[in-house]
Design a protein around this ligand. Structure first.
Ligand SMILES: Nc1nc2c(ncn2[C@@H]2O[C@H](COP(=O)(O)OP(=O)(O)OP(=O)(O)O)[C@@H](O)[C@H]2O)c(=O)[nH]1
Ligand SMILES: [Mg+2]
Length: 605
């Protein structure tokens, strides 16, 4: 093994929102990549539309900066637990991590998860305590909580002897002690060069590149991103792709890139230790190895944790099918889902007994909702079922996933939250009172009980609560958990909803449609306050009488209807209902549309 001093490879990992992407921004800015007056957006790495809209990172991405003659390749990762698979696989590209922790919130479930993955790969960590500018920052305490976390995760002495850097990512400031004065990130850059080992590899060995990420570039199409573990690669070289199924495919390198700042720059040749992107290879997937043409040596494939939740995706069978989307057939849907699974190792697609239905499994509701949202923006129509947890059987016993649920909320809500989680078979395991008026509660809850919990929780805590969950273990099936206890208001015939009909229905419960919305028989148009489904006529017109009717419509004041987002609709539906998703609409419907074929009765089991 030899080392090369001119490169460092590092990933930035943390719980959601602790400031990873903001810190990468500051690092890019300070490396002199942009002209002083050049306008650059915030959170530059969050380049996908959905990332910008939601303010979260969804996919891991590469960038690089140069400091003191050294190229630092940085991988920004998502912090939301649903995208944990992204973090696991990109750790294969790096020699160390920056573990970011919010100076007020301290370590949260995903901090633990990503740290455990980094420790398992024996990566050294720099602990970065970010947001020390917060009014409620408690940096000292947070450092000792982080230390406890390392110990709890069986870190080696070396790992637990981590350096600490304090930052205000938003202002681009880093310091080694809270009392230091500093105006930039130099202390952090210096610490990276000091702590993160330079890549070690066999430079004259047989070429081995593990593909850890895929990307697309408008000019050259698909890019396979990975680190060169051994050997070197140049444009024009003959190479082989070691496929996941054991096949070896020969091809030639036509385009090779390295990361410079936010961009991929064409290069002629790269050596072990560097992170590169290869273009022009159509069928290349995550986990495959690029190796020499005549002596192919595959690296162990990438494995990530198993999915915990699944949903059925099927062809839109509503009467409105094909009205708003471009792609509606099962073949199109299957192709799109397969493509997703190739770029996203934490997703699984399976066929089912029904020809036009596919089972899609992932790490959480958000991850699946993001896939649906991307599909509808691309012009797909699809209908999806209520998310279900994946169970397994061990020695003939049915097991289900249990999640550690960490809640941070004002003291006054302890009662409602405990009660709500109790109904969902949650057990409180810890309660910490910081003495600030807020408490931290920890529960063990079956994943099943958490489906649809988030919106209830936000309502219960008047938007002030923080909720974080993470897979803990498999355990015995915890028994029945009741779902939505209200029924649905279901349209009994097609047509446009009328003000008159909606006005008369609104006292029964909350409505999801506005006057003029086209409905069909079996479409869920509202929530019935009682625990039965109710077939209703929403297209009814007022009978014309001899009386002049001009004032009547004005007098009918409608309570504002509630337009459900995709995630809210997924949380709302019951087992006998579906969400219909098209580029223009999100509708909810009964699985069985015809009223006379639907079983009637109370919806509670
Ligand atoms: N007060 C304060 N806020 C910060 C600081 N750094 C980041 N933030 C804010 O924290 C929020 C989250 O920042 P991001 O950089 O998107 O966090 P992230 O860790 O990349 O989030 P995910 O990728 O979704 O996990 C943003 O509103 C930032 O402006 C800081 O040093 N101080
Ligand atoms: Mg981010």
């Amino acid at each position: 093994m030899e080392v090369r001093q001119d490169i460092r490879n590092i990933a930035i990992i943390a719980h959601v929102d602790h400031g990873k992407t903001t810190l990468v921004d500051a690092m890019l800015r300070q490396s002199g990549l942009f002209r002083a007056n050049e306008a650059v957006v915030d959170r530059m790495m969050d380049s996908m539309d959905l990332e910008r809209e939601r303010g979260i990172t969804i996919m891991a991405k590469n960038a690089s900066v140069r400091y003191s003659g050294v190229k630092i390749n940085i991988v920004d990762t998502p912090g939301h637990s649903d995208f944990g698979g992204e973090v696991e696989r990109v750790l294969k590209m790096v020699d160390g991590v920056m573990l970011l922790v919010d100076a007020s919130e301290g370590p949260l479930p995903q901090t633990r998860y990503v740290l455990s993955k980094a420790l398992a790969q024996k990566l050294p960590a720099i602990v970065v305590i970010n947001k020390i500018d917060r009014q409620d920052a408690r940096a000292g305490e947070v450092v000792s909580e982080v230390f406890d976390l390392f110990i709890d995760l069986d870190a080696t002495d070396d790992q637990a002897d981590f350096p600490i850097v304090y930052t205000v990512a938003r202002d681009g400031i880093a310091k080694l002690a809270l009392t230091d004065t500093s105006a930039d990130l130099r202390p952090l850059f210096d610490q990276i060069l000091k702590t993160i080992p330079p890549p070690a590899a066999k430079f004259d060995g047989v070429l081995q590149v593990l593909v850890a990420n895929l990307d697309y570039n408008d000019y050259v199409g698909r890019l396979a991103i990975g680190r060169i573990y051994a050997g070197a690669v140049g444009v024009g070289d003959q190479i082989s792709i070691c496929k996941l199924d054991g096949r070896i495919e020969k091809t030639k390198v036509t385009k090779l890139y390295a990361f410079e700042g936010l961009k991929q720059t064409p290069i002629d040749r790269a050596e072990a230790g560097e992170i590169i992107a290869l273009a022009g290879i159509e069928d290349i997937y995550i986990g495959e190895t690029v190796s020499s043409a005549d002596d192919p040596r595959p690296l162990p494939p990438i494995t990530v944790d198993e999915p915990t939740i699944s949903m059925m995706f099927s062809v839109n069978t509503s009467p409105f099918s094909g009205r708003e989307g471009k792609y509606v057939t099962s073949r199109k849907i299957r192709e799109r889902l397969d493509k997703e699974a190739l770029a996203n190792v934490a997703i699984r697609i399976e066929s089912t007994d029904a020809m036009d239905t596919f089972k899609v499994s992932g790490r959480g509701e958000l991850q699946l909702a993001i896939i649906i949202e991307m599909m509808r923006r691309e012009g797909y129509e699809v209908q999806v079922s209520k998310p279900e947890v994946i169970t397994r059987s061990e020695n003939g016993r049915r097991m289900e996933p249990i999640e550690l649920t960490v809640i941070d909320c004002p003291e006054t809500f302890i009662g409602v939250v405990t009660e709500a989680l109790g109904r969902r078979r949650g057990r409180m395991t810890k309660m910490i009172n910081h003495g600030t008026g807020r408490v931290r509660l920890e529960f063990e809850v079956p994943s099943r009980g958490l489906i649809g919990f988030r919106s209830e929780f936000l309502t219960d805590t008047k938007g002030t609560g923080l909720l974080n969950t993470i897979f803990l273990r498999w355990d015995d099936w915890q028994g029945m958990i009741s779902q939505r206890i209200t029924g649905a208001l279901v349209a009994d015939r097609p047509g446009p909803a009328t003000t008159y009909a909606l006005f008369n229905l609104q006292e029964r419960g909350e409505l999801f449609v506005r006057p003029g919305t086209d409905v069909y028989e079996g479409m869920v148009i509202g929530e019935n306050a009682r625990d039965v489904d109710l077939d209703v006529n929403v297209v009814k017109e007022k009978k014309l009488t001899n009386m002049r009717a001009s004032t009547a419509d004005d007098a009918m004041r409608l309570v504002p209807f509630r337009e459900l987002s995709l995630e809210q609709a997924l949380e709302f539906i019951r087992e006998d209902e579906l969400v219909e998703v098209t580029p223009a609409s999100i509708r909810m419907r009964k699985k069985i549309l015809a009223s006379n074929q639907r079983p009637k009765g109370r919806v509670t089991e």
